[in-house]
Ligand binder design. Structure first.
Ligand code: SER
Length: 802
């Protein structure tokens, strides 16, 4: 069987058993607690929890997964063994409150042994057997199912069933969420197949887990509780690369003499032949006995595996809109890419080689995951630009590392590791890898201290008196915000607290229509009337208790808490801010329309007279694209679509809703929907219809970091102001040049031509003049031995004339 046949026959097997075959979910997870989609079950969590009803009660699929960073992290093992990957496909069959253990186990056995003809005597099943303190009971039901199966096959259940505790046989996606006991199928790949179960769960390449059958029964809470779910579900995950590797290595189970490796399958051979051509070196499949000391060939073989794995991870992640960057999942990708580039050095590959590995990914996975074909160009450009950025500092970083290593005395100091990280872009695990190879260690604690010091410096740089006010107070009641509707901009409230600090006064009310600076949107302004006197409020911020602090223009004087107050928003100001905020959402949507779905918000600033929007994108935006973006936004403004907002549970937000990494969303989120096409999670205030924005003009586009661009724009009055300003400049020019605006260009060109002509004439005249001066000088030259000597002070325009 080829790998494609393995995948297809899995899906066909379950389709024939009434499972709907569904597409893989994207690698960008829905759950805010995950870095990447890391298991087939991620997309089905709402079904398991009973929050949403599935269309069908049975499903099957192949799911793209990345396990790097976070709870399930395989990055460090990749390349050094034959069966870990950062990217892999998980084949799965699913029951949503439908069949349970008996069918799941029976079908697993049938597919493996009847359809694919795995040798029965080489298969082992693990069953959950809790240790003291582990959740739930011994899984007697699964045990009974396996016992019957092995007995029927003439195999001893006492040998072929292996118990496992919470660590090996209780599956959780993260620290919380749906979970349950699991039963895994392992295969003995020793030459004789006589390990008798002794290698199960012993991290041996000669006995690996191929299929995990999870019986989802509980919901794990953050407090450590395991509450039973209303219905029981099945979540199975088969390691596709492992099965394809076994089938290939053993030539359909006929020959167990070759060392097992996932990399033997046709999923990886296109990478290896490509790399062999590029490097002139060969992948011979050796595995290092120890990570400390590798032979040259072992390094080469590791590098082949690392590069194939990492190319798949980067390509699939970028195709799903996750770009390398500086934080969170984006930084994990950057680390993976840099790791790949470093391993490429082992093969002495030319800088820029990594992009060429996109080809084999497209070849092997494109037919299964169409987004890879659609996004190929974007993927290549992102990788090219990342590789270039790292390439610029890599050589110098390596030289420095060598020097540090020489002088290290056995351990690279935290300070040195930090310099490599901060100045040369070496992620700490990369330094670790280089150090280990030289038999050195890295002072990880020292590195962390340096990192913390840097964070502290950044915090200190951000701090101002306002911040210190924000951080004050303990467990005080949050202010009630009443101001999403502009018409609710005036309200009665009670003054509940009064803070004076560094000569500034801040007032806290029980309720307020004043938006406190958050999510890039600046705080509101307005006035407050207390006891017949009116004060101006010049800013509003939040403290850590979610109290809105209203900054007074001036001193609070004799104001007392408990006073009644009338708060009034500066409506025109708020309307200007709202226009910019809604315009930001439109701009974001337009960027995704014009540049592609990889665009993700990386930060924003929304004020009353401008907006700034930072986003992931790998290159400068052409003027024509900027024009298209602006046109798109203004067309939506003319349509005057309604803007609505509502609160919902995170898991019930619309499927099209954009939620962003780095944001910590609570269980209840606020959705802002513009015309049904732009749907984002957002806590800010917005125009009630797009027409209110009036007009948007993009003012500037620039880079702020590798892979991150910034657009500055103006909306509403500010945009009209900008247009008027430009018009008035135009008018001044047309007056000066005595022409119509339409003639300006022609007029300028004529003027420039005339200028060039005049300059030419002037040059000729000057040359002639210089010629005359030179002639005079020559005439007046005196003899000096064999030489003629002319001396004079001359003044000329430029060196050429001289
Ligand atoms: N959720 C289980 C796993 O990821 C089975 O699909 O291993």
């Amino acid at each position: 069987m080829t790998s494609a046949e393995v995948r297809q026959s899995f899906l066909d097997f379950f389709a024939a058993r009434e499972h709907r075959v569904v597409p893989s979910a994207p690698l960008m997870p829905d759950s805010p607690n995950l870095l990447f989609t890391n298991a087939g079950m991620n997309q089905f969590v709402p079904y398991f929890l009973g929050e949403r009803q599935p269309r069908d009660r049975r499903a099957a699929d192949t799911q793209k997964c990345i396990r790097a960073g976070g709870k399930h992290n395989d990055l460090e093992d990749v390349g050094f063994d034959s069966y870990h990957h950062t990217f892999f496909e998980m084949l799965g069959n699913w029951s949503f409150g439908d069949y349970f253990k008996e069918e799941a186990i029976a079908w697993a056995w049938e597919l493996l042994t009847e359809v694919w003809k795995f040798p029965k005597e080489r298969l082992y099943a693990t069953v959950y057997h809790p240790d003291d303190g582990d959740p739930a009971e011994f899984d007697a039901e699964a045990h009974a199912c396996w016992k019957a199966i092995f007995e029927k096959a003439g195999l001893d259940p006492a040998v072929h069933i292996v118990n496992g505790n919470r660590k090996d046989n209780f599956w959780m996606m993260g620290d919380t969420g749906p979970c349950g006991p699991c039963s895994e199928v392992h295969i003995d790949l020793t030459e004789k197949g006589d390990s008798g179960g002794a290698l199960v769960n012993k991290d041996s390449p000669h006995c690996i887990e191929i299929w995990n059958l999870v019986f989802i029964q509980f919901n794990a809470g953050a407090d450590g509780s395991f509450l039973p779910l209303a219905a029981k579900h099945v979540d199975t995950g088969m390691g596709f690369e492992r099965v394809a590797g076994i089938v290939a290595t053993t030539r359909n189970f006929t020959d167990f003499s070759r060392p097992p490796s996932n990399y033997n399958s046709d999923l990886f051979s296109p990478f290896f032949s490509h790399l062999e051509k590029l490097s002139g070196k060969r992948h011979t499949g050796t595995l290092p006995a120890s990570r400390e000391k590798l032979s040259d060939q072992e390094w080469i073989d590791c590098a082949f595996r690392v590069l194939a794995d990492h190319a798949r991870t980067l390509t699939c992640a970028i195709a799903d809109g996750i770009l390398p960057g500086n934080e969170g999942r984006n930084y994990v990708l950057r680390r993976i890419l840099r790791r790949a580039v470093l391993f490429g050095r082992r093969l002495e590959l030319e800088p820029g080689f990594f992009e060429s590995l996109v080809g084999p990914v497209v070849e092997t996975l494109g037919p299964v995951f169409p987004e890879i074909l659609e996004q190929e160009e974007v993927v290549r450009r992102v990788i090219r630009s990342e590789e270039e950025t790292f390439g610029r500092t890599l050589d110098r970083g390596m030289q420095l590392f060598e020097k540090m290593a020489e002088e290290s005395g056995g351990s690279i100091s935290g300070k040195d590791a930090f310099t490599l990280y901060d100045t040369f872009g070496f992620p700490p695990d990369l330094t670790q890898l280089l150090a280990r190879e030289k038999g050195l260690t890295v002072d990880e604690a020292g590195f962390e201290t340096e990192m913390e010091a840097q964070r502290e410096r950044a915090r200190a740089a951000r701090k101002s008196s306002v911040i210190s006010v924000r951080e004050g107070g303990d467990d005080l009641e949050a202010s009630q915000f009443t101001g999403y509707e502009i018409n609710a901009g005036e309200t009665d409230a009670e003054l509940v607290d009064l803070i004076s600090e560094a000569g500034e006064s801040w007032l806290v009310f029980d309720r307020t229509p004043f938006y406190a600076e958050m999510g890039g949107q600046i705080g509101d302004r307005g006035t407050v009337e207390i006891d017949g006197r009116e004060w101006r409020i010049v800013n509003t911020v939040k403290d850590r208790n979610d109290r809105h602090l209203h900054k007074l223009d001036g001193n609070a004087g004799d104001l007392r808490t408990g006073s009644r107050a009338r708060l009034r928003l500066d409506r025109p100001f708020r309307l200007r801010v709202q226009r910019h905020h809604t315009a930001t959402h439109l701009l974001h949507h337009a960027l995704r329309e014009v540049l592609g779905n990889h665009v993700r918000q990386a930060g924003s600033l929304v004020t009353d007279d401008r907006l700034r929007f930072d986003f992931s994108h790998f290159e400068g935006i052409s003027e024509s694209d900027l024009e298209r973006i602006e046109e798109w936004v203004n067309a939506r403004i003319l349509e005057n679509a309604g803007v609505r907002w509502y609160e919902t549970e995170f898991d019930k937000k619309p499927d099209t809703c954009l939620a962003f990494f780095g944001e910590k969303y609570g269980s209840v989120v606020r959705v802002v929907d513009i015309g049904g096409y732009s749907v984002e999670l957002c806590g800010g205030t917005h125009a009630s219809a797009t027409g209110e924005i009036g007009l948007v003009k993009i003012v500037h586009e620039s880079a702020i970091a590798a892979g991150t661009r910034r657009i500055e724009a103006v909306a509403g009055e500010a945009a009209v102001g900008l247009v008027n300003e430009q018009f008035s400049r135009l008018r001044t020019l047309t007056h000066k040049l005595s022409c119509q605006p339409a003639e300006l260009e022609q007029r300028m060109e004529t003027l420039l031509e005339q200028k060039a002509e005049l300059e030419k004439t002037l040059r000729q005249l000057r040359q002639k003049e210089s010629g005359n001066v030179a002639d005079d000088l020559a005439k007046n030259a005196v003899s000096h031995g064999n030489l003629r000597l002319a001396a004079a002070v001359v003044e000329v325009e430029n060196p050429q004339a001289l």
